[in-house]
Design a protein around this ligand. Structure first.
Ligand SMILES: Cc1ncc(COP(=O)(O)O)c(C=O)c1O
Length: 471
């Protein structure tokens, strides 16, 4: 099929061009019934916001334009099957885990994973074996997963049904996934990868190796994060026969809406065509833009500018104050970063120059002139905590479901087993797992993060954290 062809998007355009007299949902009737004040802004998108009328296929039983659009995507990503997701990589991660794990079955999972992975483990009732990536001085984070650690976990837990990893991390850091895939496949089980931040790796060098090319069996990618797709639009790719496609289908139809958004699905079709037309060798303008922006940030001595494996990510390692404070200061002059940690600020680029470098320079100058005094450099760095290399939870999820919980002051939580994960946000990666015993390191870490302005996803941290009663 022609890679510039966008079957789903084009069908939606044809649908609106025939001026349909809508006697069907949605209630906005292609934008004709809408709040006046918002109508103009929403209008173009409402034209695409159709439902499963004739010619527009059905996400849950595709055989027309959605089937074609997914097929084009699987051809581009060189896998056997691509599913369009309208609830982000979140739903892809959950469907992958549910499809490989029955209650009580073991699965090896990278500890610093997105909360959707933890939710999936809980939903499946699996018995997770957590492995912690090694701390890397270079990144200041636990970012290196080694084949040796995966091999060791597989040796200790030979009945594991799959290995689930996150690749790359939020900051674009990668590791040798190919070697890990070999190790995992020796055990005849699937390697599942949350590649939320790596959809563009399919474009080849200078981007790192894509998870599918490295041999992963199931891969979820947030097309909306690094490719030009709408928020919540993601892909789930499957290759080989280690994953049962019918189980994936079963869980996706269970977990995703029966009224999937056509603008979201069409944006996946369009993003795939955009990626297919994108050639690294023809992108001098992007790479020179990246160099200019990098040089601009480097001209200030408030931070050290660090690049990672992914050229579309830039990290400012701040030399005074905290990353949170710097993110706020940048935001105040109209420069909006992706996220901050205690000592880093992450900047994320798109696949084309997307801003005026002169305007950026002006805003950085404004910030520079406003800066009068700075606080001291953070003394505790978020990722200095020592996570166990291989770890299991204190109780099974099914037991936890029946146990009584109580709230205790988080400063007094050492020794209790957490009844909720403690998740600094962003990036939504847990510091304490549900079912893990709180210790002094966790408390010190929460204290450091809170004092430096981190936010937590937990409700009512100030009223205490949930722990299991008497445990
Ligand atoms: C590593 C990782 N996995 C999964 C997700 C969830 O992806 P989505 O927002 O597409 O549901 C995120 C979101 O930030 C993430 O950072």
């Amino acid at each position: 099929m022609n890679s510039t062809y966008m079957p789903l998007y084009e069908a939606l355009k044809r649908n609106i061009e025939r001026d349909p007299l809508s006697f069907h949902v949605p209630g906005h009737k292609y934008g004709k019934v809408f709040e006046k004040q918002a109508s103009e802004t929403f209008q173009s998108i409402l034209q695409l916001d159709a439902t499963e009328v004739d010619g527009l296929d059905d996400l849950h039983a595709p055989e027309g334009v959605i089937w074609e659009a997914q097929k084009l995507a699987s051809e581009f990503f060189q896998c056997d099957h691509t599913f369009f997701l309208i609830n982000g990589t979140t739903v892809g991660n959950i469907a992958m885990i549910l499809s490989v794990c029955l209650p009580g079955e073991e699965i090896i999972v990278q500890r610093n994973c997105h909360k959707s992975v933890l939710n999936a483990l809980e939903l499946s009732g699996a018995s997770p074996v957590f492995i912690s990536p090694r701390y890397e001085k270079e990144t200041g984070r636990h970012s290196h997963v080694s084949a040796e650690d995966v091999e060791r976990a597989l040796k200790d837990y030979p009945d594991s049904k799959a290995v689930f990893l996150t690749y790359p991390d939020y900051f674009g850091r990668t590791y040798d996934l190919e070697k890990i895939a070999e190790v995992v496949h020796r055990s005849r089980i699937p390697l599942l990868v949350d590649e939320a931040h790596g959809v563009h790796f399919q474009l080849g060098s200078p981007f790192p190796k894509a998870a599918l090319a490295a041999g992963a069996d199931g891969v979820a990618q947030s097309a909306h994060k690094m490719a030009p797709a709408m928020t919540m639009a993601s892909f789930l790719h499957v290759q080989g026969d280690r994953i049962d496609l019918n189980r994936i289908r079963h869980y996706l139809q269970m977990l995703q809406s029966s009224s999937p958004s056509y603008p979201l699905m069409a944006s996946l079709d369009v993003a795939r065509a955009y990626l297919a037309a994108w050639k690294p060798s023809e992108k001098e303008d992007l790479f020179s833009f990246l160099d200019q922006v990098k040089a601009l940030f480097q001209s200030y001595n408030y931070w050290t500018v660090k690049t990672t494996d992914d050229p579309l990510k830039l990290t400012l390692e701040v030399l005074s104050g905290t990353g949170f404070e710097w993110a706020e200061a940048l935001d105040a002059v109209g420069i909006v970063p992706e996220l901050a940690t205690t000592d880093q600020v992450l900047l994320v680029f798109g696949l084309a120059p997307s801003l005026d470098v002169q305007l950026l320079e002006d805003r950085l100058k404004t910030l520079d002139s406003q800066l009068k005094k700075q606080t001291n450099r953070a003394t505790i760095i978020e990722d200095q905590i020592q996570f166990p290399a291989v770890q299991k939870l204190e109780f099974s999820y099914s037991l936890m479901q029946r146990m009584d919980v109580e709230r205790v002051d988080w400063q007094e939580a050492a020794g209790y087993v957490a009844a909720e994960a403690i998740i600094p946000y962003p990036p939504g990666i847990p510091l304490v797992l549900k079912g893990e015993r709180w210790d002094d390191q966790h408390i010190a870490q929460v204290r450091a993060l809170s004092s430096q302005g981190a936010r937590f996803q937990n409700t009512g941290m100030e009223q205490g954290v949930l722990v299991f009663k008497g445990e």
